[in-house]
Design a protein around this ligand. Sequence first.
Ligand SMILES: [Zn+2]
Length: 240
Amino acid sequence: MSLVGIREYPSPNHDRRGDAPRVDMLVLHYTGMPTAGAALERLCDPVARVSAHYVVGEDGTIWRLVSELRQAFHAGRSCWAGESDLNRVSIGVEIVNPGHEWGYCPFPEAQMLAVDRLGRDILARHPIPPHRVVGHSDIAPDRKTDPGELFDWARLARAGIGIWPAPSRRPPVTPIDRAQATADLAMIGYCTPPGAVEKVIAAFQRRFRPARCDGLLDHETAARIAEVRAAYGLRRAGLN
Ligand SMILES: [Zn+2]
């Protein structure tokens, strides 16, 4: 780890990555606890059996809880691009924020700078393609809403972390094609658990159309899904 000023805060909650280990995914979370201290305590509690590789505080402090060589227990039941067991292949970063349950608030500048720095550092050391930088809600849309609609994904994408195409200003005129939107969401990587279509759309909105996360496939959301699918297609093909 080349980052200076990182603080070691070891958690006992980790395991081996398994045979033929690979790390090609970055998952961002918010802690969803009242304080950073409460979050660190829980992420190190052997009974809770949850953890992350890193925790980023509001003031930009970075704590390392688990070595990147090991899997941390951050994703839970999850799926992306048809793959589950994502702890095995990912790095998990918890960003301190009370979350929707305890008073969700904007992520401070010092914290975003640290996320940016840590993210670029991780990407420099692992072959993580842009389409495999995700939020917890992207990979567990029926259970999770973090890091949520206040998280600045556009900023991270400008720093080379993930994909966030600028929205087109053209008003969409075509009728909504629900089947196409579903196919596009799957192409981006979203897995849809049975009966969770609205939750998947809400997860997409939190990430790419954060002004309204109601799970409804309105014209703007449908157009945005097509736009994001096109950007992901280009990146997957290595064209952009
Ligand atoms: Zn999470």
